[in-house]
Ligand binder design. Structure first.
Ligand code: HAM
Length: 418
């Protein structure tokens, strides 16, 4: 309706300045950490064939069963807004013949993902993940490397905890699932309706339940970690030894299950006590069967994704707004041209600056410089300039623009050396 104010859809959000700068800073940090470790940038489409997620993430998962934004294109093909990045990255790996590149292929991404979940603090329908995947090696050092890199990225997160586990191989999991099903059936009356309905399809998810009765039953349930094959146990021991060597602390959690079906062997999750119910900051693990499942040759892989919004929620705030170093005040409209040339010179010298509004009084412009947190204000005079240090109020007369910019830059250098 005309005139009616529109809002962003439920579960989405706008990023505003300040927060935007924090997101950029985090993205740059991820670029530095992962780029330095040899993870190249990969970008995949925002939407994919629905089948990719059905086959990749798993038909019985919450994500595929109830959280995907799926639509038909004009040709009647089913497409889905990507709910996660691992299946698309593996698709791209296969589609572009990356199995012929030197292995493992290390990739990183940063982008928007979509899940139709009930929105609450830290849980959105469009959210941002930074992710890393190493495809083509099953060496435990890769599991450890990728966890160490993630720990570094999360260094500023308050109340951070790392839990790790191992799911072994699918054969072990199948046998174990039968054992767990039998156990759950013995305790059926104590379980939540949701868990009971899924005993046959996905019994492991019972470990994830927040239902009291179910949790009590799960306390004494058989544990997959006690059933994994000797070489999987050895692999897990090696991952732990490497994490110990790197000084990363963790808890082994035999009940750790993840919401995606492709995992084998190592799984891990970082949570933050600073967050509420949505405490998962980042998670990942090994997926040695996924490449084959998506039509490729048997190829192991390991990776993680971290939620940008949750990292920033748990990292606390802080002033990330970029304040201008110099505010250019124009007391009279006829001095606009001089001010414009001055702004051009500032740009060329790399001095962050903001131009005043010549239509406003000098007092009003100085007030704005103050509000912006400018360090200096230069007042454009008929001849020359007045340079004012905002905090101390000290003023000096300067003849040329070059001199103004030099003294501003010199003070910045002096300050950074303090
Ligand atoms: P995931 O655990 O489903 O794993 O998601 C990873 C992170 O994305 C979560 O820890 C959380 O921070 C964030 N996240 C997930 N859903 C939401 C939401 N609705 N709102 C806000 N943040 C959210 C994966 O996606 C796997 N692809 C990770 C992986 C990569 N495993 C191997 N390689």
């Amino acid at each position: 309706m005309a005139g009616e104010k529109l809002k962003a859809p439920r579960g989405t959000f706008d990023v505003l300045p300040g927060d935007g700068e924090r997101r950029r800073a985090l993205a740059l940090e991820a670029d530095r950490i992962l780029g330095d470790a040899g993870y190249g940038v990969v970008e995949t489409p925002i939407f994919e064939h629905t089948d990719l997620f059905a086959r990749g993430v798993g038909e019985t998962t919450d994500i595929v069963q109830k959280e995907m934004f799926t639509f038909e294109d004009m040709g009647g093909r089913s497409l889905t807004l990507r709910p996660e990045g691992t299946a698309p990255t593996v698709r791209a790996y296969l589609e572009h013949g990356m199995q012929k590149w030197p292995q493992p292929v290390k990739l990183r991404y940063n982008g928007a993902f979509f899940r139709h979940e009930a929105p609450q603090a830290g849980r959105y329908r469009q959210f941002t993940q930074i992710g890393a995947e190493a495809i083509g090696s099953d060496d435990p050092s890769l599991d450890a490397e990728i966890i160490v890199l993630l720990a570094e990225l999360l260094a500023d997160v308050n109340g951070l905890r790392l839990r790790i586990g191992s799911l072994g191989m699918p054969e072990t999991r199948r046998e174990y699932s039968d054992e767990l099903r039998a156990y759950l059936k013995q305790h059926e009356s104590e379980l939540s309706d949701e868990v009971r309905a899924r005993i046959d399809a996905n019994p492991l998810r019972a470990f994830d339940s927040d239902h009291r009765g179910t949790q009590a039953v799960m306390q004494n349930a058989p544990r997959l970690l006690d059933r994994i094959a000797p070489d999987d146990a050895e692999h897990f021991a090696e991952v732990r030894a490497l994490l110990d060597a790197a000084g990363v602390s963790y808890e082994v959690d035999p009940t750790l299950v993840r919401g995606l079906d492709y995992y084998t062997r190592t799984v891990f999750e970082f949570t933050s006590d600073a967050l509420g119910a949505q405490s998962g900051v980042a998670g990942g693990g090994r997926y040695d069967g996924l490449v084959k499942q998506l039509g490729g040759p048997p190829t192991p892989g390991v990776g993680w994704a971290a939620g940008v919004e949750r990292i920033l929620l748990a990292a606390g705030s802080g002033d990330h707004w970029r304040h201008p170093m110099l505010f250019i005040a124009i007391p009279k409209p006829e001095r606009r041209k001089t001010a414009f040339r001055f702004a051009r010179d500032s740009r060329r010298k790399g001095v962050p600056h903001e131009l005043g509004d010549a239509g406003r009084s000098l007092k009003g412009q100085l007030k704005r410089a103050d509000q912006l947190g400018a360090e200096w204000t230069v007042i454009v005079e008929d001849a020359g300039f007045t340079l004012k240090h905002m905090e101390s109020g000290d003023q000096q007369t300067v003849e040329t623009a070059d001199e103004v910019l030099e003294s501003v830059l010199e003070s910045a250098v002096a300050e950074s050396q303090q």
